[in-house]
Design a protein around this ligand. Sequence first.
Ligand code: SAH
Length: 361
Amino acid sequence: MEEKRTAENTDRGISALIEKLDARHSLELGEYESLIRNRTAAALLARKASAVRQRIYGRDVYVRGLIEISNICKNDCYYCGIRRSNRACDRYRLSEQEILECCAQGYALGFRTFVLQGGEDAYFSDEVVCRLVRQIKQNHPDCAVTLSLGERSRESYQRMFDAGADRYLLRHETADKAHYEKLHPPQMSFDNRMRCLRDLRRIGYQVGCGFMVGSPYQTARTLAEDLKFIEEFQPDMCGIGPFVPHQATPFAKEPAGTVELTCYLLSLIRLICPNVLLPSTTALGTIDPRGREKGILAGANVVMPNLSPIAVRKKYELYDNKICTGDESAQCRHCLEQRMESIDYHVVTARGDIRGWRDPH
Ligand code: SAH
């Protein structure tokens, strides 16, 4: 009896925290931790997040054409399938011509944002990336270019911005330094990743951070730190998806993250940053056939179908069983369109900048 009453009290406390977050977009670290530990009010949270999302973005879903330009990487992140030490990974790099063709195809399919993502491949020097960005912007002046090419110098980020790049995605991976060091080899530094994010912001990019849900050694505390970081950093985009093990990495035997916790965190992030561009990720679709629909219903407003050439799709294998590696770009696009329609959301043909954005170029 006593115990039951205590439980009811905590549940009331949790609902009150959700109301408070909805009103103030800010909580104490310990409060975030309580929300993560006690997820009894998930339905209330999802309702609130969905209402906020609909007030700002309606039932529109922005699409980004993801072009995986290279799986060659100098880094050795313990979780990632394209890490340098993975000898079994069949390496590739797209030519400038191939990348421009992907964009042209994407444009015809209604994409107005292209995301160039890749491993940290030295071939993609500032000169090469700047030339590419200029060419894409010249071919498609009404499109946004997002880069996701890892850690670079401030000068490099500046040059790419000056060439016309609009956005940059660089997941912080975890806001806890000790946790960061358990996910990365000693050559990689938490402080440098954070430096990159701050440089990107100062330069004028729309900046995306983010993390994996259920990564090894993650705790309610480190997740609370992620949320506090997001609250303080105020990213324009936030990429979160479940960790999914890759068989040729040190984390091969670790369990994957869950749909339930990923969706719960998507909802929390929507309440922390109401305007944020929040993708329902491919990793979420990989662990659950309706994962991406569930992400949208939890408050996400972006999907990122694959525009990479079929021949390389399987090779950009960050984790096992990644979906959409066998489909044509057009199929991916239509499949997602139908998935969104099935929950009464609608893919739109638009750049999809964050609400209130003014182009600094
Ligand atoms: N080199 C770029 C792009 C990395 S790939 C960069 O450093 O930003 C994009 C994201 O995929 C990573 O930031 C990571 O969060 C995610 N990722 C990598 N391995 C993963 C795995 N095993 N499961 C789920 N997500 C993974």
